[in-house]
Design a protein around this ligand. Structure first.
Ligand SMILES: [Zn+2]
Length: 469
């Protein structure tokens, strides 16, 4: 009797639940040094699980400044098969405030189709469905090795901002060589709306300081006769956007890849409820770049935001001064193909242009910035992925979405220099990073099935076509 991927997953759900129950009990919180032994235990646990699944090569990489990461490799017996690198992370977010949890975050509890625990969705559940999916792939195809050579890189510092990930990638560059990357740390629009992330924004961030007189001055004796740095920095902030919400940094939009008509049509099909959006954000209005929907503004357009602003006297009562200093903290979310270095130059030009006589400006950057990453629609890798997801969801159309935030994916893409696709089955209400994190079990089963089907589809496409995606 030949089994199908779906049947195998259905028959082995308990294996996944059993594994999740064990792994979710390990509080591998990378942000908390006192939990770093648990991060190590978490890595060892996944390494064992990969060995049990049949991976011939499994290594815990603890040979650097990073917290332990796991590398697993299973070569296809077809030497020409594509090489696929799967990225995920095994560390979890802190759980504070603990009193807001209805159950112990490290005592997994199942309630119908929901499993609650820290890491259930982000990212342990999403990584573990791959092990079940791989077994389903082997059982359904009758193979003894996967149709593609599979490599897994499972990071242990993602929830701390992946501070050493690029160094880890550089150290192990040759081992991580591949034709295509599958990122498994994202979600879908809704249980009945299968979707895939097709982009993440990049970012640059800076603190701009304005220095006026070398000391705070009496506003009665001197005010009105010298430039006030707080007033002047407010002018700079006000000049950041025009009345259409467009960012006024020179050259800001020059390299922005516009959405194609197909992308805009598909974006428009993604169900989005602006009332719900206002409820979630607790905002009283929507505002952004003129001519774009909220989803487009969040995923496909670059932004400038003021993250903080200050200067002068901000204590109790009143102090009548012309302050010596003022500052503003700015961040710019970037989209493909904006280059962080070009944007940095543009912002510095903007600051220079808005620094009046008598003010000394200074721009302090937070690192060199992160590029956006983009999955173009219609490439062989994208088509194989959306085909596999669609099959797992009974033929439903797979919609492209974009993430507004930034992650380690752009660095990963740059390091391996290969196309990326996203297979994630989290849901918007999973409460990742928040109390009462949960995952929908039927989504994990769909993920396992999609992964099982994906390896067959990637093998059919072939290494060269995947690489050129
Ligand atoms: Zn995550």
């Amino acid at each position: 009797m030949v089994t199908t991927e779906r049947d195998y997953v259905a028959e082995h759900r308990d294996d996944l639940l059993h594994d999740l129950d064990q792994w979710l009990r390990i509080p591998g919180i990378s942000a908390q040094p006192e939990r770093h032994d648990d991060v190590r235990r978490s890595a060892e646990w996944f390494a064992d699980a990969a060995r049990r699944t049949g991976f011939p090569t499994v290594e815990v990489w603890g040979d650097g400044p990073w917290l332990p990461a796991v590398f697993a490799e299973w070569r296809s017996d077809d030497p020409d098969a594509p090489v696929v690198l799967v990225y995920a992370h095994h560390d979890v977010q802190p759980v504070d405030p603990l009193e807001l949890w209805h159950t112990d975050p490290f005592e997994p509890t199942i309630d119908g189709d929901l499993l609650r625990a820290r890491g259930a969705s982000d990212d342990k559940g999403q990584l573990l469905f791959h092990l079940l999916g791989l077994q389903a792939h082997l059982a359904a195809t009758g193979r003894t090795s996967p149709a593609v050579t599979l490599k897994f890189i499972v990071e242990g510092e993602e929830e701390s901002g992946s501070p050493h990930f690029e160094e880890l990638l550089a150290t192990h560059r040759e081992r991580l060589a591949c034709d295509v990357v599958v990122v498994t740390d994202t979600g879908m629009v809704a249980p009945d709306v299968p979707s895939t992330v097709t982009g993440m924004r990049g970012m640059v961030a800076a603190t701009v300081s304005f220095h006026g007189p070398d000391l705070d001055l009496h506003s009665g004796v001197f005010g009105g006769a010298i430039p006030n740095p707080a007033t002047e920095i407010a002018r700079l902030v006000a000049a950041l956007h025009d009345d259409q919400g467009r960012v006024q940094v020179p050259g800001f939009y020059d390299d922005v890849l516009d959405l194609t008509d197909t992308e805009r049509d598909l974006f428009a099909k993604v169900p989005s409820d602006e009332g719900e959006f206002l409820k979630v954000t607790k905002s009283r209005a929507l505002r952004g770049e003129h001519g774009f929907s909220t989803l487009e503004r969040l995923g496909a357009r670059p932004t400038a935001e003021v993250n903080g602003i200050g200067g002068g006297y901000i204590g109790a009562g009143h102090k009548t001064i012309v302050p010596s200093d003022a500052f503003v903290k700015l961040s710019f979310r970037l989209v493909a193909d904006q280059d962080p270095a070009t944007i940095i130059k543009g912002v510095e030009q903007f600051v220079t242009d808005h620094t009046p006589e008598g003010i000394v400006s200074h721009v302090e950057w937070e690192g060199s910035g992160v590029r956006a990453c983009l999955v173009p629609l219609g490439t062989p890798a994208y088509n194989a992925l959306s085909g596999a997801i669609s099959e797992a969801f009974d033929g439903a159309q797979v919609l492209p979405t974009r993430e507004g935030g930034s992650g380690p994916e752009a660095g990963l893409q740059a390091a391996v220099d290969r196309p990326l696709v996203f297979l994630g089955v989290g849901l918007p209400d999973d409460q990742i990073h928040a109390p009462n994190e949960k995952v929908t079990l039927s989504m994990l089963y769909k993920g396992a099935e999609a992964a099982a089907l994906l390896w067959t589809r990637f093998a059919e496409v072939g290494a060269e076509a995947l690489r050129s995606s």
